[in-house]
Design a protein around this ligand. Sequence first.
Ligand code: PMP
Length: 290
Amino acid sequence: MGGPAYHDRDGLIWVDGHLLPWRDARLHMLTHALHYASSVFEGERAYEGNIFKLTEHTQRLHYSASQMGFDIPWSVAQIDTACEEILVANQITDGYVRPIAWRGSEMMGVSAQENTIHLGIAAWPWPSYFSAEARNFGIKLKTSLWRRPSPDTAPVHAKAAGLYMICTLSKHKAESEGYDDALMLDYRGRIAEATGANIFMLIDGKLHTPIPDCFLDGITRRTVIELAQAKGIDVVERIIMPEDLSTAQEVFLTGTAAEVTPVGKIDEYEFEVGEVTRLMMENYESLVRM
Ligand code: PMP
């Protein structure tokens, strides 16, 4: 990672409509969001000054908040403008944008009916989620013992902070065993996704990807499906079991941070960084810079 800690940087952060000096964007420890995970966020990438699919991200932020039972007191258009403003204010053309909405500190306890909803937006340069070597040779994934919960257990389609608890646990375990990330199965034992990205596999000329019925239907996932179809590659959304990995020739992840990242290994299965993965990496790279 490197670089100064995230609380100790130069620049400006947008908080509740104001541009604050970076180090002043602080919270009180008795903030509901910190204790009860009542926050939702987005991860966006700017390329040459343009945030890719900005409005889709902002709409998802609003949707995530509604799934958590609150309304963000800023419209989609206002948030879009604020995201663009924070990039300019920090003179970032290529970087990552993180809007986050959370419940404040008026009430402490499980109930949060009276809490004010806050919105903050930060941006920073963030070249690549995985290392260049990992991107060239493919990252290594280890299947996690933690599973994506069922839709009647949690608001699984929200990009909500609480859902990342199992992701951090899974990723730490994978990293401590020498892997780059974890592959997560869902509550039924089907392949779901990685800890912050969706998964695709090439099987006999077609791209296969799990049905996003209990995890995020990523904006990058949907973009890559369109790119593949435009190239005449069939995309099959279906139930994929761990043993189906034995039939895959190529595997890659998709996500705003991860972009299109090849996977070289999952547990005992190995894959080549092949033609279709490279084509999707290149096509995605040119699309985001259009
Ligand atoms: N799944 C999870 C758990 C994620 O955190 C992300 C990143 N937001 C994705 C999938 C991919 O979503 P997107 O392509 O919209 O970034």
